[in-house]
Design a protein around this ligand. Structure first.
Ligand code: SF4
Ligand code: SF4
Length: 168
């Protein structure tokens, strides 16, 4: 396409969009004065259900941005049956996600074998200091309250319901 026809085509698209905006109104909203309700499955922020996390490190290893930081230690737990040996369990000391680096790919949520990570549609957590975008396990745990109930997902979904005890 030559320069002039290309210019005419481009201006045509611009004109069409201007007419659409004038007649139907803009598609954008004036955030923060107007807030949109994101869809239930929107990737806003990742929530941690700490009780389910075994510190297996799978999410941290698979994260392409290396922005999940996990530290834990091993502890002895009582045997499952009387007379049995004490069990070794992993205890989570640190679980941080740096949202200054995260690219919201969702790999960590997908690979977690123990249903400890969930998407929440909440998006209002911008910070003036980039260092404050590092959310520790307490902050990540608080996001669990904003994870939508499974029922609010769209009808016809074949995804299995995750059995997560809701925080008290
Ligand atoms: S969403 Fe992707 S980039 Fe963000 S923490 Fe999870 S795996 Fe890493
Ligand atoms: S969140 Fe899941 S994948 Fe990550 S350490 Fe915990 S149990 Fe493992």
């Amino acid at each position: 396409m030559g320069l002039v026809p290309g210019l005419v085509t481009g201006l045509g698209v611009t004109f069409k969009e201007i007419v659409k905006t004038v007649t139907k109104g803009a598609e954008t909203v004036q955030y923060p004065h107007v807030k949109e309700d994101p869809p239930a499955r929107a990737r806003g922020v990742i929530a941690l259900h700490e009780e389910n996390c075994t510190s297996c490190m799978l999410c941290a290893r698979e994260c392409p941005d290396w922005c999940i930081y996990i530290e834990g230690h091993k502890d002895l737990a009582p045997p499952r049956r009387a007379g049995g040996k004490p069990r070794t369990v992993n205890k989570l000391d640190r679980f941080d996600i740096d949202y200054g680096l995260c690219m919201y790919c969702g790999i960590c949520v997908e690979v977690c074998p123990f249903e400890a990570l969930f998407w929440s549609p909440e998006y209002e957590y911008s910070e003036p200091r980039i260092a404050d975008l590092l959310h520790d396990k307490s902050r990540l745990g608080q996001w669990m309250e904003t994870v939508p109930e499974f029922e609010s997902y769209e009808g016809g979904s074949e995804a299995k319901q995750k059995k997560v005890p809701r925080p008290a």
